[in-house]
Design a binder for this molecule. Structure first.
Ligand code: PLP
Length: 378
């Protein structure tokens, strides 16, 4: 069993041994009967420590990201926090992408910094800049590729070399690509993080997160912190993500095809200034993305010649696209990062352009999406 779609349907998801149920049951239980004190019947004792539905998701995640251990959390940020508390101590230094997801930046700059963690933001598409930003106390190089919301592309293998040369981890937030399009551990990353809220869940009906460690020992340390800190995925949420994962490949193919068509449409539109999509040959990261990704993803950002006012207007004029935060669901979403998802980085070096609009292109008929944008941009 090696094909991605086969693993997505079967890894960690053998039929239930008791009933033969093909779908993993939702083990909605907090505790488990013990056969005498300390005698565990099933290997499970308490659902914060482990739960069979969550364990199935964790095994599936490890298989899809070609890692040793997967861990599932209550949100992407809970997963990130558990990783940082595992890998960093006060006085350690973290390198963040120049346009990191705003919530990651806020976690590091406003929570971990209070705990004594230092950080520097650096453009990850410039490996020399990354090399010079590394310090003796650097423990983590944090990478997003493609980045949110500017769709920058970073060289995962190149960053892994720099991180490992400095004795640091390379962590890749693979939320935008999903493991179907990109497998960072195969390119040298030590840890992959996901907001499973996005493409893995895929239906905008669950908030969740995951970590996958390349190495079993680090996986054990993450498991310790997951249990000690407690922000685990509940059984129903784990089940929803598992169900989403089964169709990840077919959904991603359609997300990519629709996004490519929309990016081409926007490039030719007179109201649009710049289109940011790694699938466009004009994108500075296009060749690198073509090498390290199977497809270019479903996210498209663009700026408008009319500036912020026009960007806000367009967000309000669509009808098939829904104005909303988040991404990666079957339905198309539109948002204004400066005022919505990335308002937490306003005034910081990570501030995003105010004429930027971000699309999470769904899997509807692309003609309907293009008609919707045509009338909103008119
Ligand atoms: N990483 C990226 C790239 C994201 O876009 C998000 C959320 O938007 C997160 C992490 C955080 O995930 P969550 O919202 O599930 O906590």
């Amino acid at each position: 069993m090696t094909g991605f779609d086969t693993l997505a349907i079967h890894a960690g998801q053998d039929p239930d041994p008791r009933t033969g149920a093909v779908a993993i049951p939702i083990y909605q239980t907090s505790t488990y009967k013990q056969d005498g004190v300390g005698g565990l019947r099933s290997g499970y004792e308490y659902s914060r420590s482990a739960n069979p539905t969550r364990a199935a998701l964790e095994e599936a995640m490890a298989a899809l990201e070609v890692g040793a251990r997967g861990r599932a959390f209550a949100s992407g940020l809970a997963a990130e926090d558990a990783y940082f508390r595992t890998a960093c101590r006060p006085g350690d230094h973290v390198l963040l992408p120049g346009d990191a997801y705003g919530g990651t930046f806020r976690l590091v700059a406003r929570v971990l910094a209070n705990w004594g963690v230092e950080y520097t933001s650096v453009p990850l598409d410039d490996l020399d800049a990354v090399r010079s930003a590394v310090r003796p106390n650097t423990k983590v190089v944090w990478c997003e590729t493609p980045t949110n919301p500017l769709l920058g592309i970073a060289d995962i293998a190149g960053l892994a070399d720099i991180a490992h040369g400095a004795g640091a981890h390379l962590v890749v937030d693979n939320t935008f690509a999903s493991p179907y399009l990109q497998q960072p551990i195969a390119l040298g990353a030590d840890v992959v993080v996901h907001s499973t809220t996005k493409y893995l869940g895929g239906h905008s009906d669950v908030v969740g997160g995951a970590l996958v460690a390349a190495d079993a020992e680090l996986g054990e340390q993450l498991a310790f912190h997951q249990n000690a800190m407690g922000a685990v995925a509940g059984p129903f949420d784990a089940w929803l993500v598992l169900r989403g994962i089964k169709t990840l490949g077919v959904r991603m193919d359609r997300h990519c095809a629709n996004a490519e068509r929309i990016a081409e449409f926007l490039v030719g539109h007179p109201a649009v200034d710049r289109v940011l999509y790694p699938g466009l040959p004009s994108h500075p990261g296009h060749d690198l993305a073509a090498r390290q990704m199977r497809g270019f993803g479903g996210m498209v950002s663009f700026t408008l010649r009319g500036g912020e006012e026009t960007a806000l207007k367009v967000c309000g004029l669509v009808s098939v696209f829904t104005l909303g935060e988040s991404l990666g669901g079957v339905e198309s979403l539109i948002e204004h990062p400066g005022r919505m998802t990335h308002s937490s980085v306003a005034g910081s070096p990570l501030e995003v352009p105010n004429d930027l609009v971000r699309l999470s292109v769904g899997i509807e008929n692309v003609e309907d999406l293009i008609d919707d944008l045509t009338s909103a941009l008119a």
